[in-house]
Design a protein around this ligand. Sequence first.
Ligand code: KIV
Length: 271
Amino acid sequence: MSASAPQKTLTPAAIRARKGGTPLVCLTAYSTPMARFVDAHADVILVGDSLGMVVHGLPSTIGVTVEMMVLHGRAVRRGAERALLVVDLPFGSYEESPDQAFRTAARVMAETGCAAVKLEGGETMAETIGFLTRRAIPVMAHVGLMPQSVNVTGGYRVQGRGAEAERVIQDARAVAEAGAFAVVLEKITEPLARSITEQVPIPTIGIGASPACDGQILVVDDMLGLFTDFRPSFVRRYAELGEATDAAIAAYAEDVRARRFPAREHTFSES
Ligand code: KIV
């Protein structure tokens, strides 16, 4: 008999029920080992399409494919026991119609074992979100700054300032009404995040959207200092693993060149 009880995996309904409660801890992961680290502390693990930039060196999330999401989603699934696993639908795989979104989401769920998908879009995606949720696909929505839309919205600037605020509020309300179990609010001002959090009945998960949200999410490589191509202003680095990695590899290179590696006690003799 096993000494410890098996971990109970959090469900989309359990995450939704956390509205207004203890803030939800959410992080991305793209591999099994990172998923294990994150799973020990987080409520939600997102296999974000940010993996295009963070893992594959792409200039944006636009070139990410369903195949990439499935590959990383499967890896993360092997390391996730307690946290709810959510996988992003990549650009071009869901926007055309609710039917296309259903086919992609069903494939992603079946092939990765995730329990929910995330997609970007507010009012324009509400019909699709309703279509998916009525067909047993839990959806996490994503409004405010939507990285898949930067070519039409004009870059990665703060969203919802001034008259634009009403549009972001309408987006958040529309996805909540359509049945999303949670909504990511990316890069919006604190008053707007507070107002949306008060207005919608589902948890708001902020990224660069102030502590006024029901939870927070970050790209794990950003907060660990592993992704250094650029640093969003809202990211707090909890470690400098990029610097530590560079120093470790430099030390190894020095040891190899000086014939100090492998150390004597690690070399094999004939007998
Ligand atoms: O792709 C991603 O990682 C995201 C975030 C919300 C972190 O969408």
